[in-house]
Ligand binder design. Structure first.
Ligand SMILES: [Zn+2]
Length: 245
């Protein structure tokens, strides 16, 4: 393992790629490597910060991929990504587990979903998270799944008597499916979150259409009443962090 500063890393990568590209370092789980081109010329590269401390051989392979000497990401870079995603520490997430809400008890809903769709075989944790009075509702994520700690998180916005239980259960079900169908990094370095199998399984939810329709109808007037904050982003059910193993 080579210790690199962010600056040294960026400079080295620029030299290897051989163009005056802008390098952005991110810490999100959905983008490992993203290359942006303008008229065929590479202008921007967004990279997960894990690459800063990658061995030089990995960084060099990464540079090859960015230059598109190779169409697919090399197995060594792929293995590095897989290993590092698996090692990100999420144990702090277990500190504040809370299932009791003012309207819904998550444990009760989770158990029902587990019984109905998984024969009670799923062994996950579940917790509420977030502020129910959050102002920037459009930026809220309903549910998240953290595979490393087998934890489902549901936003407290859903702990509301105006929201039908089947909608909350649908969000829980969706997040539980992430435990069965882990995301994977494809040959382009993208984190693929909802596979075809995942989407097929999702349709097994009994009130699938109802829940989808409910969310579609209420998303605007319930979750985003203040249009001024609407920035074109849609609510995501989950960002599904660290679901890669
Ligand atoms: Zn999802």
């Amino acid at each position: 393992m080579v210790k690199n500063t962010r600056y040294e890393f960026s400079t080295r990568l620029q030299n290897w790629v051989g163009s005056n590209l802008k390098i952005r370092i991110n810490n999100n789980r959905s983008t490992m490597v993203h290359v942006r081109k303008d008229e065929g010329k590479i202008t921007n590269v967004s990279l997960h910060r894990m690459f800063i401390r990658a061995p030089k051989t990995i960084q060099k392979a990464l540079a090859h991929f960015i230059r598109r000497d190779k169409a697919v990401i090399s197995p060594s870079v792929q293995a590095f990504i897989d290993k590092n995603i698996a090692q990100l520490d999420h144990s702090h997430l277990l500190d504040e587990i809370c299932t009791k809400g003012s309207t819904y008890n998550l444990k009760t809903l989770y158990n029902r979903v587990n019984r109905r769709y998984f024969n009670s075989q799923m062994k996950l944790r579940i917790t509420w998270y977030g502020d129910p009075h959050v102002k920037f509702r459009t930026k809220c994520t309903f549910g998240l799944y953290y595979d490393m700690v087998k934890l489902v998180k549901i936003h407290r916005l859903l702990d509301n008597p105006q929201i039908p239980a089947y909608v909350v259960e649908y969000v829980i079900y969706h997040e539980m499916l992430h435990a069965l169908y882990p995301a994977y990094v494809d040959e382009n370095g993208r984190n693929c979150i909802h596979s075809r199998e995942f989407k097929e399984m999702e349709r097994n939810f009994r009130e699938f259409e109802h829940a989808q329709n409910w969310l579609k109808i209420h998303r605007i007037n319930f979750f985003a009443p203040q249009r001024v904050y609407s920035n074109g982003r849609t609510q995501q059910m989950g960002k599904h962090q660290a679901s890669k193993r």
